[in-house]
Design a protein around this ligand. Structure first.
Ligand SMILES: Nc1ncnc2c1ncn2[C@@H]1O[C@H](COP(=O)(O)OP(=O)(O)O)[C@@H](O)[C@H]1O
Ligand SMILES: Cc1cn([C@H]2C[C@H](O)[C@@H](COP(=O)(O)O)O2)c(=O)[nH]c1=O
Length: 215
């Protein structure tokens, strides 16, 4: 049975790498995929992994109908034995419904990859719809780690290393960018306390508070 599978995890846990591996294994056996992405850090129409691999992809537009795109492609004699959708958190809920329709009406597997929650630990609308509709939600096995060594479960947005909780939901960026706007993965405890690697280090280095002399 064809499936809609949502591979989910924090930033930097290997989602795009897995997407590229799925694409490689299938294309090595003569299958042809349709690859969608949106706002990849490598630029428009790219699906990239931090391991250095990159492939071309269809850059999804705001109002694009993904089901209609597949039907048009097939009607022109194209093939689509499977679909990969990376950065799926950026897709609109309606586009996730269209991917479900690709599975149900066209009988094509859809593998979607994305982060579930934003820097405020709120669901992205596209990810929410995937959780609602997917046949399976798979959490990636390679765990990203918080600076404390615990499994990272949350994404923090940072400015100059400090966690921020105000701002637009979508700001394309990367981890390990101490300057300017960046991201850092944290365990829930440290996300709740807004403790990033930089602020934890600063706290550890600050001198003990001197006792207040009594009058
Ligand atoms: N220099 C490196 N050596 C080995 N593995 C690396 C290196 N850089 C990144 N990685 C691996 O790549 C993962 C990030 O992969 P990527 O597919 O870009 O993540 P995602 O799409 O989930 O953000 C890291 O968690 C790590 O396992
Ligand atoms: C938490 C969070 C992330 N983003 C952006 C930052 C990156 O461009 C992508 C995630 O990419 P990855 O391949 O999973 O590392 O999402 C965002 O726009 N808003 C957020 O809150």
């Amino acid at each position: 049975m064809p499936e809609l599978v949502f591979f989910s995890g924090t930033m930097d846990c290997g989602k795009s790498t897995l997407a590229l591996q799925i694409e490689h294994n299938r294309s090595a056996r003569g299958l042809q995929g349709m690859i969608f992405t949106r706002d990849d850090r490598a630029g428009e129409g790219k699906l990239s992994s931090r391991l250095g691999l990159v492939t071309d992809a269809v850059e999804v537009a705001d109002d694009q109908d993904l089901y209609a795109h597949l039907v048009h492609h097939l009607s022109q004699g194209g093939r689509a034995d499977y679909v990969i959708a990376d950065e799926a958190q950026f897709l609109a809920p309606g586009q996730i419904d269209q991917l479900a329709r690709v599975v149900d009406d066209l009988g094509v597997d859809v593998f979607a990859f994305g982060i579930t929650t934003d820097f405020r630990s709120k669901l992205f609308p596209g990810s929410q719809r995937l959780v609602e509709l997917a046949d399976r939600v798979e959490v990636l096995q390679v765990e990203a780690l918080c600076w404390c060594g615990a499994r990272a479960t949350h994404n923090a947005r940072t400015i100059g290393g400090e966690m921020v909780v105000e701002g637009a939901q979508v700001v394309v960026g990367d981890v390990n960018q101490a300057e300017d706007i960046g991201y850092e993965v944290l365990c829930r405890r440290h996300h709740r306390r807004r403790m990033t690697a930089a602020t934890a280090r600063a706290g550890a280095l600050s001198p003990d508070v001197l006792p207040i002399a009594s009058a």
